[in-house]
Design a protein around this ligand. Structure first.
Ligand SMILES: [Zn+2]
Length: 100
């Protein structure tokens, strides 16, 4: 998977999280509207704030999903001089290739 595929898939998965949250809102609005209001002010706002902050929640997250995706998008892609494949990153940020 290259970084563009990764970003696309990460955004799809975030969308699924928003869709799951929409269903939670529907369920709560049906059975417990008061609980929905409390949830929207707290844990739902935290989840949204940590993802894409669609509702403009103040405070947000120190590092949000958006920050992570932007960092992936801005990553330099370096190619192996021996085989031309994209280099992978290890846990310490060092680059390596499987052909080595
Ligand atoms: Zn290589």
């Amino acid at each position: 998977m290259d970084k563009y595929e990764a970003v696309d898939r990460l955004r799809e998965l975030a969308e699924e999280m928003y869709e799951a949250m929409d269903e939670m809102k529907q369920i709560l609005s049906e059975v417990a509207p008061g609980e929905l209001e409390r949830a929207r002010s707290y844990w739902m706002a935290h989840i949204d704030g940590a993802l894409e902050n669609r509702e403009g929640w103040l405070g947000g997250s120190m590092i949000s999903f958006e920050d992570t995706v932007n960092a992936v998008e801005e990553m330099d892609e370096e190619l192996c001089e021996d085989c031309g494949e994209r280099l992978k990153e290890d846990e310490d940020g060092g680059l390596y290739c499987d052909c080595e």
